[in-house]
Design a protein around this ligand. Structure first.
Ligand code: OSB
Ligand code: MG
Length: 385
């Protein structure tokens, strides 16, 4: 397969409802959509870098820069037998895993479509429905939080995750246990605590949480190990796990008992599969994280979630929690048993993208074509009203 043309689009989509984490509140999502073409067939990838460098150092603009200036030129016209060759072909570019993943995942979708196969099959999954959980952001009040939890449990989701930070942790968990009983519950701190907060985190030990996600800084793998030794609740690492190598060290140090897989954070599917396999070999269960993806990135996540070691419900939920309308039709739906079916409208990611909605959300467009050797056209548009 030879990628002959790549289109980058900067899209902006308003969120149905704001999403707040320990690092801030968002009302919309701006991201780069990658469209790769070979032999008249097209594949898509969604780059999950955010407008702000608060979850990771990458942003929408750094991903645009790295993709257009360094990554796309490395794969355009490159003859490859399999998309697993993409990540190594980008290895002289250090870091920028989200930018790499956007392009690499478009190549996997393209490869599956060229073969006429669903993405899950080329990834090594089983294509069965996945168990879905929700990530509920920090709210203005505990009553607002209770309302959100009630709504998501009624929708059937298999576990509730709430975002926490110092000052919005124990009280929130206590309220949920008091009002909703022993529902599957976990918390995600997005690195909001420091090692000195250990007593505060130990105070959560009595609430039978499934796990505490990323309490400390992403570089504090050893501090996570020290914290895990004091906690009964399993620690799950998210931000820290930026490579298979770091995951090996974290597992060896017992810094976590669970790992969250996000292809954007890992640099794409190749490294995500390697992480999945490493965890399986060490008895570490994994679940699929979310980055507020549109239906396109969401579809990728669902396919990967059908690999066998994804034994815990992920943050891959229905479209309607994020974007109405979504970029795809029909939207991703959760069923009353809390599962999501793998989209199967055709090969690859198996969703139908609505071109007018993509066009409407486009703020910038860049087309790179092998025929012309480089960029053949570029257009900047005003944000859609
Ligand atoms: O830490 O998992 C996270 C969203 C943006 C950035 C980081 C995270 C999240 C979520 C939302 O928790 C998951 C989702 O619903 O897509
Ligand atoms: Mg997280």
């Amino acid at each position: 397969m030879k990628i002959e043309r790549v289109e980058l689009r900067l899209l902006r989509l308003p969120l149905v409802r704001f999403f707040e984490t320990s690092f801030g509140r968002s009302y919309d999502r701006t991201f780069v959509l990658v469209r790769a073409e070979a032999g008249g067939v097209v594949g898509y990838g969604e780059c999950v870098a955010d407008q702000t460098p608060f979850y990771s150092p990458e942003t929408t603009e750094t991903s645009w820069h790295i993709l257009s200036r360094f990554l796309v030129p490395r794969v355009l016209g490159l003859e490859i037998a399999h998309p697993r060759e993409i990540y190594p072909a980008l290895s002289d570019v250090r870091g920028h895993n989200m930018a790499k993943a956007g392009l690499e995942m478009a190549a996997w979708d393209l490869y599956a479509r060229l073969r006429g196969e669903p993405l899950w099959r080329v990834l090594g999954g089983n294509g069965q429905p996945i168990a879905s959980g929700v990530s509920i952001g920090i709210q203005d009040s505990l009553d607002d939080l209770a309302e959100r939890v009630e709504k998501e449990l009624a929708a059937g989701y298999r576990r509730i995750k709430i975002k926490v930070k110092p000052g919005w942790d124990r009280e929130a968990v206590e309220m949920i246990r008091r009002r909703f009983g022993p529902v599957p519950l976990m918390v995600d701190a997005n690195a909001a605590y420091v090692p000195g907060d250990a007593p505060r985190l130990k105070a959560l030990d009595g609430f039978d949480l499934m796990m505490i996600e990323q309490p400390l800084d992403e570089d504090d793998v050893r501090d996570h190990a020290a914290l895990q030794a004091q906690l009964r609740t399993p620690i799950c690492l998210d931000e820290s796990i930026k490579s298979v190598h770091i995951a090996e060290e974290a597992i060896a140090m017992r810094a976590c008992r669970i790992i969250n897989v996000k292809p954007g954070r890992m640099g794409g599917f190749r490294e995500s599969i390697a992480l999945h396999d490493l965890c399986a070999a060490h008895g570490i269960p994994v679940w699929h994280g979310g980055m507020l993806e549109s239906g396109i990135g969401r579809a990728h996540n669902i396919h990967l979630s059908t690999l066998p070691n994804f034994t815990l419900p992920g943050d891959v939920a229905a479209s309607r929690r994020y974007y109405v309308p979504d970029l795809i039709e029909p939207p991703i739906e959760v069923r009353s048993d809390g599962t999501i079916a793998v989209p199967g409208e055709g090969p690859g990611i198996g969703v139908t993208i609505v071109p007018e909605r993509v066009e409407q959300a486009t703020e910038r467009l860049l087309v790179c074509d092998t025929a012309a050797g480089a960029v053949v056209s570029s257009r900047a548009t005003e944000p859609a009203p």
